[in-house]
Design a protein around this ligand. Structure first.
Ligand code: CS2
Length: 506
């Protein structure tokens, strides 16, 4: 047995020593090819937040747009935020990486070539500021996740008490995304650079308007001699269109990288896997030109707010719901969770009976059809999207995804039975997960809020008092509290089967 393992390990080492790393030159001899030749590509976009989503979505749309239009001035300078890993992975690969689609109708594997440079924003903030200030840069795009904005969701303003924001305001090389943007924009009049567009691609309602507000909040908090000219410049030279982005992109696993290696014949440390579906709805408000993303399938719309509300309250809300129900039932992936009939039913009812009545759908979006499509996408067994990943950062997500539906349903005099189940499942996840294991930027605060006892009567009122998520009105709503207690008790005492029975009984 041990000899077998040793032989396998030696074989693996032999093969990985022989396998070349993905680079422009190794790719040229591999039989595969990248879309755009490196010497043609000029940088035009700085992208903050170079996670798997950005690589499988924004970088792909931008490469397709450049190829379709033959306009190669929109190369992307990617900036990693909290960790430098992706910058380190892409550097020896000339910025090249693979996108492997998983599921029915998957396209063949492709190597994406729209990233011209990758910088670690944490370790090298000055070059990030320089790149944003550079005349060649016409657009800054962002996928920094909800927590990256460092804002107060109730007032939708920058959290000026956040120590990182304060440190950036005090003049250190900026490490927050908003700080990097503002310090870069502040330099643009000095570098002779003109107008610029800042495009948020995160799951936040009114993400463009919000980003504009946060940028102005940061600028206004600088000393007057700096803030006054900057605010005038921003008003005339910067736009902040809203967008709705959609593609399910799990974190790549060692198995994913090995699969890509087998198919590509080269080692790609930055490969990403994604579902075949992708969508981008963008408000057409660009101050200094843009790629022809419409040639790559993006839709320009004057109704992005409606698209975003539909996506957040239908797709993202049920994604979170499945994550927490799945975690309570020991399901590792979203596809395993949605395969539980009762969970599928609960999700569908939450969308159809509760979320849909609270939103005005954009023209061209059929409500029921969209919900069924979303459930089908969740069921993709090849994706491996983990409940742990989707369930991370709950304190940042549930207020945006589930609470508008709950408030709307309560205001209409009805019980938000299914959205309430999702909140109870989140509470259960928080209470059942020790602070060190809870993947949430407010893990310490949540833990401090929890009483020692973990029963429904202790946990539900305590977490309802957690003000970063629930406002006082909702926390004091007796019907809502009883609903959470009801579901929490069932999750806690009846286990997954009991929960399934209760859901099936309506
Ligand atoms: C997910 C999203 O992790 C999560 O919170 O709900 O990342 C989701 O996969 C995307 O928004 C799909 O477009």
């Amino acid at each position: 047995m041990r000899t077998d393992q040793g032989a396998r390990l030696r074989e693996l080492l032999r093969r990985s020593a022989a396998i070349e790393r993905l680079t422009t030159s190794s790719l040229a001899t591999s039989g595969h090819h990248a879309g755009i030749k490196r010497d043609k590509l000029q940088p035009g976009i700085v992208h903050l937040g170079l996670g798997a989503f950005a690589r499988a979505h924004t970088a792909v749309f931008t490469e397709d747009a450049m190829l379709a239009a033959g306009d190669f001035e929109w190369g992307i300078i990617g900036v990693t935020q909290r960790s430098s890993t992706v910058a380190r992975q892409l550097a020896p690969q000339d910025g090249l990486f693979t996108v492997a689609e998983r599921g029915g109708n998957a396209a063949p594997l492709r190597v994406v070539s729209s990233i011209v440079d990758a910088i670690s924003g944490r370790d090298n903030p000055e070059p990030v500021v320089e790149r944003i200030a550079a005349p060649a840069t016409k657009i800054v795009t962002l996928t920094i996740t909800e927590k990256g904005y460092r804002f107060d969701p109730k007032t939708r303003t920058l959290d000026l008490q956040d120590p990182e924001v304060q440190a950036d305001l005090s003049g250190r090389p900026p490490r927050t995304a908003i700080g990097q943007i503002v310090r870069g924009l502040q330099q643009r009049p000095l570098t002779g650079a003109g107008a610029i567009t800042v495009v948020s691609c995160d799951n936040l309602p009114g993400n463009g308007e919000l980003t504009g507000t946060l940028v102005r909040n940061f600028a206004a908090a600088l000393p007057a001699p700096e803030s006054e000219p900057l605010l005038v410049w921003l008003a005339g030279k910067a736009t902040f269109p809203s967008t709705m982005v959609d593609r399910m992109v799990p974190a790549s696993t060692p198995g994913d990288l090995a699969g890509v290696e087998r198919e590509l014949g080269l080692r790609d440390e930055a490969a990403v896997v994604a579902e075949p579906f992708k969508q981008w709805v963008i408000e057409d408000n660009f101050a200094a030109g843009r790629p022809r993303w419409e040639d790559a399938g993006a839709v320009f719309s004057t109704d992005v707010a409606a698209w975003e509300a539909a996506k957040l309250r239908l797709l993202n809300a049920s994604h979170s719901m499945l994550a927490y129900l799945g975690l309570a039932a020991g399901k590792e992936t979203i596809s395993d969770a949605v395969a539980v009939d009762a969970f599928h039913t609960a999700c569908r009812r939450m969308m159809l009976q509760e979320a849909l009545p609270t939103i005005t759908l954009p023209a061209g979006l059929g409500g029921e059809q969209y919900c069924d499509e979303v459930l089908r996408r969740f069921a993709n067994p090849a994706l491996g999207h983990t409940t742990a990943k989707v369930g991370s950062d709950g304190s940042q997500k549930i207020g945006l995804r589930l609470l508008p539906t709950i408030r709307g349903t309560l205001d209409a005099g009805r019980e938000p039975r299914w959205a309430g189940l999702a909140i109870a499942a989140w509470m259960h996840h928080v209470a059942a997960t020790l602070e060190t294991d809870l993947n949430d930027p407010l893990a310490a605060e949540l833990n401090a809020t929890l009483p020692a006892a973990r029963d429904a009567d202790s946990v539900v009122p305590a977490l309802l008092g957690f003000r970063p998520v629930f406002d006082q009105d909702l926390a004091e709503h007796g019907g809502f509290r009883n609903l959470l207690l009801h579901w929490y008790r069932i999750i806690e005492t009846n286990g997954p089967d009991g929960l399934g029975n209760e859901i099936n009984h309506g």
